[in-house]
Design a protein around this ligand. Structure first.
Ligand SMILES: CC(C)(COP(=O)(O)OP(=O)(O)OC[C@H]1O[C@@H](n2cnc3c(N)ncnc32)[C@H](O)[C@@H]1OP(=O)(O)O)[C@@H](O)C(=O)NCCC(=O)NCCS
Length: 325
């Protein structure tokens, strides 16, 4: 049975925060941010806008491009670490906005969330339970970013991307999938407070524990290693050579991470990797579907092209999917 990408969509909030704007907030400069990360600007949602609002905008486009109506969607998976609230799941809030009553849930695998959600959607479709699944990656990371911490606040942005996966009788477009995780690295990239271990209190707020904490150097090294390995593994599983691959769409965290992966794989980054982190920064679970939508919109990929999606994030979590677009 053939699983396909029926449609993709993306949405970012209109407000732009440039590196120069950040110079007025923390002790940093455009040159440092550009050379260390490749990021030039990012989008920030207005205060009244929540993750489900961004998700809804991206979802509408993906459903329309799939030539479907919201009623055709059987289930919704929303990958996010910044849900509107702890519960109900953002997926239900998006369903309401779309005007449909459907099963759904949020999936939390940090920056790998969209990739993990895509593997879950694939399993659902293969099992025959659903025919069309909407998978969304959506984040308002600006709400959990410490705007006093220059080592992290320059990295993140807000946005959403969405994909409708469907199934028919033709051969599957999903060629291979690969997932990995390492809970031993949890404290290298995390948000300490707000969960059952450390519920919100005056103390947690005062100590700025409701924000992203990251060991940048260790995260960087693991990201390069595990994303490189994941790409190699899916290529092997799907019996693909470098020449077969039109484009790699990596999680958009840092241009130096992407450069290092390209170098290890022995391919040209400019030719084989899609990059838009200069415009949006790291949008966690939203980064791959936003990049996928832009790769389609810009003509970097067309129907029939073989692409690889590859992610890495908190957990640590990582993985890759090889597919025919
Ligand atoms: C965060 C990151 C860009 C930092 O780059 P780096 O080269 O490792 O830089 P370091 O953290 O070693 O810091 C180097 C110096 O720059 C300073 N610095 C940190 N942030 C800065 C900023 N925004 N502006 C100016 N200087 C900054 C540090 O204080 C340090 O100064 P020191 O040498 O006087 O102590 C990099 O580690 C990274 O991208 N890591 C992966 C992050 C990521 O992608 N995470 C998500 C994965 S899903």
């Amino acid at each position: 049975m053939g699983i396909k990408i029926a449609g993709v969509g993306m949405y970012v909030p209109p407000r732009v925060l440039t590196n120069h704007d950040l110079e007025k907030i923390v002790e940093t400069n455009d040159e440092w941010i550009r050379t260390r990360t490749g990021i030039v600007e990012r989008r920030i949602a207005d205060p009244e806008v929540a993750t489900s609002d961004l998700a809804y905008e991206a979802a509408k486009i993906a459903i329309e491009r799939a030539n479907l109506k919201p009623e055709d969607i059987d289930a919704i998976i929303c990958a996010t670490i910044t849900p509107d609230m702890v519960f109900p799941a953002t997926a239900y809030l998006v369903a309401e906005k779309l005007g449909i009553k459907r099963p759904g849930f949020d999936l939390e695998a940090a920056c790998s969330g969209f990739l993990y959600s895509s593997t879950v959607a694939t399993a659902y479709l293969r099992s025959g339970i659903f025919k069309n699944i909407l998978v969304i990656g959506a984040e308002t990371l600006s709400r959990i970013t410490d705007w006093q911490d220059r080592s992290t606040c320059v990295l993140f942005g807000d946005g959403a991307g969405a994909v409708v996966y469907t199934i028919d009788d033709s051969p599957s477009d999903i060629l291979a999938m690969e997932l990995g995780g390492d809970g031993g690295c949890g404290d290298l990239l995390y948000m300490p407070a707000g969960g059952s271990k450390m519920p919100a209190s005056e103390e947690t707020v005062k100590n700025r524990l409701h924000f992203i904490k990251m060991n940048g150097r260790e995260t960087f090294k693991m990201a390069v290693r595990m994303m490189t390995e994941s790409v190699e593994k899916v290529m092997k599983k799907a019996n693909l050579t470098k020449d077969d691959i039109k484009l790699v769409i990596p999680h958009q965290a840092n241009i130096r991470i992407i450069d290092a992966i390209a170098e290890y794989l022995g391919v040209s980054r400019e030719e084989k990797f899609f990059v838009n982190l200069d415009k949006y920064g790291n949008t966690s679970a939203a980064s791959i579907p936003i990049a996928l939508a832009e790769a389609v919109e810009s003509g970097r990929i067309s129907r029939g092209d073989i692409i690889i999606l590859v992610a890495f994030g908190g957990g640590f979590s990582w993985g890759a999917i090889a597919l025919r677009y």
